[in-house]
Design a protein around this ligand. Structure first.
Ligand SMILES: [Zn+2]
Length: 342
């Protein structure tokens, strides 16, 4: 792991073209310490039955590797309703979509009526073009707008992080059918006692986020997508240019979750509310540290040297890349801007 961190410092000198989804512009930023961050050609997806007719789909390595700080592929899931299936995520490539589809078919032959994407990042939605024609795609309104406007740019950004020759290049845009505007929620009663709630709370990682809550006969199951990536030692990827709004919204979602709810994070093993607390603790501490630094009028460079937050650096492979290149600068920018408005 230390070796990877050293590599991370070296890689910081090599810039890649990067998409900032909120404003759909490109910026030169450092490459991650390893490309691909995880390899879509190797990922094996595994089925987990959560309750009657509610299934999570998790990378097979997640059980062992999440708490070791090794980045994991995207999670997914599905609910089998009376009339058909609601799919959560469509994955990044055909290879992964086909695995997900086969897992659905291992449980039911019912049609896929809805497919929900929790983000405009390709690992959550690039499989949409492979869905059956009749499937209705559900997205946050901004998510659909950004994918429609910037599909090629998002594809380029996915290739930069997840590598060439993984099948990302072959994907193509398929627009959404049902859009959920900012601050609006939609409920879908799938029958069989399962009600799905889709929550657009605003930006929690990017403006394209959508949270999925399933009430299965009184038990709540959440798909939290990229905003809550995984348990400790993972930290959030706040590389879309936002900090203060995500902090507020991460806390709002966290407050909505019950202690006994089942949590499927965006990129980790199945957990519970306590399992995602590290994300809240990290953003809270980062906010306090940056506020203190701004009181002392420190420059961004000085903050980068001072706010190392070693307590939170517990072996996540991407800690340095995210903390110094994105999370600190975005927190610094948002908090300075909010101070100058006061
Ligand atoms: Zn993701």
């Amino acid at each position: 792991m230390e070796k990877i961190k050293m590599e991370a410092k070296k890689a910081a000198l090599q810039a890649v073209v990067f998409l900032i989804s909120g404003i759909a512009t490109f910026a030169q930023v450092p490459s991650p310490p390893q490309v691909p961050i995880w390899d879509a050609n190797l990922v094996i997806l595994k089925l987990h039955k959560i309750s009657d007719n509610v299934f999570a789909v998790i990378p097979a390595t997640a059980e062992v590797e999440t708490t070791k700080g090794i980045p994991q592929a995207t999670t997914a899931g599905f609910i089998v309703g009376e009339k058909g299936v609601l799919l959560i995520e469509t994955m990044m490539t055909k290879r992964l979509y086909d695995q997900l589809f086969a897992l659905v078919r291992s449980v039911t032959n019912k049609p896929i009526i809805y497919a929900v994407n929790t983000s405009d990042h390709g690992d959550h939605c690039f499989g949409n073009y492979l869905l059956p024609k009749q499937t209705l795609i559900v997205q946050n309104e901004f998510c659909n707008e950004n994918l429609t406007k910037s599909y090629d740019g998002i594809k380029q950004f996915m290739v930069a992080l997840f590598g060439k020759g993984r099948g990302i290049e072959d994907t193509r845009l398929r627009v959404a059918d049902i859009l959920i505007p900012k601050y609006q929620n939609v409920k879908i009663d799938m029958g069989n006692g399962n009600v799905v709630e889709l929550i657009n709370i605003g930006t929690a990682q990017s403006p394209a986020d959508l949270f999925v809550k399933v009430n299965a006969k009184g038990k709540n199951i959440w798909w939290l997508g990229n905003p809550f990536l995984a348990e400790s030692p993972s930290i959030p990827w706040l590389f879309d240019g936002y900090f203060l709004e995500p902090v507020e919204n991460l806390k709002k979602i966290y407050a909505m979750i019950g202690d006994d709810d089942v949590i499927i994070p965006g990129h980790g093993r199945i957990t519970n509310k306590n399992g995602i607390k590290f994300t809240i603790d990290y953003v809270t501490a980062l906010k306090i540290n940056i506020e203190m630094a701004l009181k002392d009028s420190l420059t961004l460079e000085q903050v980068r040297k001072k706010v190392t937050m070693k307590d939170f650096d517990k072996g996540y492979v991407l800690f340095d890349w995210l903390h110094y290149n994105f999370n600190i600068p975005n927190a610094y920018k948002d908090i300075s801007n909010s101070k100058s408005k006061q």
